[in-house]
Every structure is written in structure tokens, then in C-alpha cells.
Ligand binder design. Structure first.
Ligand code: ADP
Ligand code: MG
Length: 410
């Protein structure tokens, strides 16, 4: 029997009314001859009683944060609650269903609590469910280690659960249900003119996710890409076709994109800090690139948009790491400057490879809005600009318009 993995995000399972819509989607899969394997996220968003952020806030308030192992135990509860609730909704509608934690679903991870990596899947439980025609509802975002420890897969990790189960079960596809119609040319919360895409290549959506589009977890795209597993992003609340993430056409041949648009999408991420470390002798014998970057790495700080000059080093970090960074830089008495409240806006498109003028168009579109570009970085298929966060919306909208990505330009 053909397997269809269906993952439902936090807003999709937030109310009983929506959970009934979720059951409709599962029912459709059954009617279309699939065996559905369901994955759910925790119910709702921060402030909702059983949301992951609510558990994190509570844990912090009672001092659990310093213990990553226990933090994972608390964080895994939201998805377990959600899967029990959804499984019961399925049963009320006449379907046999069984709840499984990530560990029971056979997801074996390493022990990097909070951001565990999946090592393999042992889907025996799921196969048993299939034989007995019982619909499994798996708690997303979690697994277990070889030693039986409960682990979580990082924020947005239920997408990874969906993709990894799809791969392990050799599913026909993985459907990711959320609160938008599909992958859009930019975040619809800030670009009203953003358009839904019918299809998109794995590497483009991977870059979107890496550069800040929260619509899907980058690792889920990576898993799907390595096994050529089609991913579908759909809206729980509507019957729209959604976006198909694939490199193939219907005949499984490589899909050639006929559109003449250079760009595919624009992503953004805020909460960045620009760091400028000045080599003026203040750090004495420690003042060399080797020791500086080694010291930063040893604090677990990831850096980006790196620009190394003999006299200064520029890079950006997530603002969550300011404290750790200042600790390192202070220890060696480096002279440095921080610029907080920055955003990174990235234009993405496979077709920009080798096309002249993309940078100049980007810079002039931002200049027309009086947005100063603090720093840039690029690859064959992306250009990122660092700007003051106050201009994030203006920048994303300006670039969206400049590269004619919106409905208005159709
Ligand atoms: P879920 O809880 O279902 O996983 P998420 O909040 O993680 O939902 O992802 C859906 C959200 O992603 C949307 O509400 C939308 O605001 C945001 N988003 C950001 N960039 C994009 C984009 N390019 N296309 C679609 N949605 C996007
Ligand atoms: Mg999500």
C-alpha cells in the first residue's frame, strides 16, 4: 500500500474545529488509497497552554534551562499532548488510531539535546500499525537516543520528523500542512503582494529556509532532497493545491523551469548583530585570526557574513549569543564594536547564476528607499544584504517589487 506522510503544524491543530479539518485531510488520503502516517506539532503558539514556548517559559521560570536533558523532557510534552488529542479526534470519526512518541515511532538520534540529529529510523511499530490498518499519529520534533534518552530535534523539528518518516517508509510524498497556501515569494505577513508558487526546487526552498523563511525546516528539505521525496506544502484550512517541492516533472525527469524570472523568493531574518573586531594590538599575542576564530567557535557561536581584513574582522551573529561573544572578546581584551538590531535580507534564485546586474538592481532598489546596506555576502544563487532592522519590511517589499515577484507584476 502506498504511504502518505501528513504533518500538521501548531496552528492546524489549535482548535477542535481545525482538528476536524485535519481529520478531513487524513480522510481524503484514505479515500485516495493511501495509508496515512500522521505527524503533529504542539498545539498553538506561545501563550497557549500546551505550546512548546509556554513550556520553555515555565521551565525557565523554575530554573530548568541549565539542564538540557531535562529541558528536552519538558519540550517533548507538547507534541505528545497534541498527538493524543488528534488521535482521539480520529477515533471519534471512526478510524482506528494509535499515538506514538518519536522514540516509539523508531526515530533514533544522537544525544545533542535541543538539536539532536537523527541517526536512523526503526519503523517496526509503524509497520505493525499498517498491517492492522491502524493510523499512527506520531508526536513530532522528538526522538530517543540509543540509551533511551528523550531528545528534541530543534525548533520547527516536526517538519524533520515528517521528512525522515517519509524517507524511512519510502512514502509517495510528505504533505506539510500549515496556515498559508504554500511556499510564497516572501513572507506574506510582511509582503501582502507575495505569491504562492506551484513548484519549487529543493535547493531554492532549502536556501529560503536557511536564510530565515520559517515556513519549513531546512533539514526537512535536505532529507527530502537526498531521497528525491516530493514535499507538498498545503493549507489545512483550504483545498488549494499548495506548493510541490521537487526537482522532477510528472515523468520523473528533471524539471526545467520555463519562467524568465531571475529570482524565486526573498527571505529575511532579524535579530542579527554585526560584530567588528579591530586589530590594533589590544589583544597582544592573541591578536591573530587563528586564535580569534578558534575562541569564538569554542563558545559554540556560529558566525556568518564573514569579512576578514588585516586590520579588522567583520561578521554577524544571532543576538542570542551576544553574552557569550562579549565574554570571549573581553577575556582576550579585543577591541570591538557591535551594531545590534540588524536584519539579513536575502534574494534567492537558481537563475541569477552568472546574470550580470543583479547586485546593482538590489543596491539601487534599497537606495531608492534610503536603506543603507551595512554588509553583503553572496553565493551563485543568493545575495544577502545586512540592514538596520527598522527597514526590514521596506527592504523586502522593495526587492520583491524590483524583481517583479508579486501578483501586481504578473
Ligand atoms: P507551522 O506551525 O504550521 O509549522 P510555521 O509558523 O512554522 O507554521 O510556518 C508558517 C508560516 O511561515 C506562515 O504563517 C508564514 O508567515 C511564514 N513564512 C515565512 N516565509 C514564508 C514564505 N516564503 N512562504 C510562506 N510562508 C512563509
Ligand atoms: Mg513550522
Amino acid at each position: 500500500m502506498k504511504i502518505l506522510v501528513q504533518k500538521f503544524g501548531g496552528t492546524s491543530v489549535a482548535t477542535q474545529e481545525r482538528r476536524e479539518l485535519v481529520v478531513d485531510k487524513i480522510e481524503n488520503a484514505v479515500k485516495n488509497g493511501f495509508f496515512p502516517v500522521v505527524v503533529v506539532s504542539a498545539i498553538g503558539r506561545n501563550g497557549d497552554p500546551y505550546a512548546t514556548d509556554t513550556f520553555i517559559s515555565f521551565a525557565n521560570s523554575v530554573g530548568v534551562k541549565s539542564n538540557p536533558r531535562e529541558m528536552d523532557m519538558i519540550m517533548s510534552c507538547g507534541e505528545i499532548i497534541s498527538s493524543v488529542v488528534l488521535s482521539n479526534t480520529l477515533k471519534k470519526r471512526g478510524y482506528d488510531s494509535m499515538v506514538l512518541t518519536g522514540g516509539q515511532a523508531g526515530i533514533i538520534t544522537d544525544e545533542s539535546f535541543g538539536d539532536a540529529e537523527v541517526l536512523r529510523v526503526e519503523p517496526q511499530f509503524i509497520s505493525d500499525c499498517m498491517e492492522k490498518n491502524i493510523i499512527p499519529v506520531i508526536a513530532g520534533f522528538q526522538g530517543k537516543s540509543e540509551n533511551g534518552e528523550i531528545t528534541t530535534l530543534g525548533r520547527g523539528g516536526s517538519d524533520v520528523t515528517g521528512a525522515i518518516m517519509g524517507e524511512a517508509l519510502n512514502a509517495e510524498a510528505v504533505e506539510i500542512y500549515t496556515d498559508v497556501e504554500g511556499i510564497m515569494t516572501a513572507d506574506p505577513r510582511i509582503v501582502p503582494d507575495a505569491m504562492v508558487m506551484d513548484t519549487i526546487y529543493y535547493n531554492e526552498v532549502f536556501q529560503m529556509a536557511e536564510y530565515g523563511s520559517k515556513v519549513i525546516h531546512p533539514r526537512a528539505v535536505e532529507v527530502a532532497m537526498r531521497s528525491n521525496l516530493p514535499l507538498l506544502i498545503k493549507n489545512t484550512m483550504t483545498d488549494c493545491a499548495g506548493t510541490l517541492i521537487t526537482n522532477c516533472d510528472k515523468n520523473r525527469n528533471y524539471r526545467y523551469d520555463k519562467s524568465n524570472k531571475i529570482l524565486t523568493a526573498i527571505a529575511h531574518v532579524s535579530g542579527r548583530v554585526r560584530v567588528r573586531i579591530i586589530f590594533d594590538g589590544s589583544a597582544g599575542e592573541f591578536e591573530n585570526d587563528d586564535q580569534l576564530f578558534e575562541a569564538i567557535a569554542s563558545e559554540g557561536i556560529s558566525i556568518d557574513m564573514i569579512n576578514v581584513n588585516p586590520d579588522f574582522k567583520l561578521f554577524i551573529i544571532d543576538e542570542a549569543y551576544i553574552g557569550n561573544l562579549e565574554k570571549v572578546l573581553g577575556r582576550y581584551e579585543y577591541n570591538y564594536e557591535l551594531k545590534t538590531n540588524c536584519s539579513k535580507v536575502t534574494i534567492i534564485g537558481n537563475k541569477m547564476r552568472g546574470v550580470p546586474g543583479v547586485m546593482s538592481k538590489t543596491i539601487s532598489a534599497l537606495a531608492r528607499q534610503n536603506i543603507e546596506v551595512l554588509q553583503t555576502s553572496d553565493s551563485h544563487t543568493t545575495i544577502s544584504c545586512l540592514i538596520d532592522s527598522a527597514y526590514t519590511n521596506a527592504a523586502v517589499n522593495a526587492l520583491h517589487q524590483e524583481f517583479e515577484l508579486g501578483k501586481a507584476s504578473k
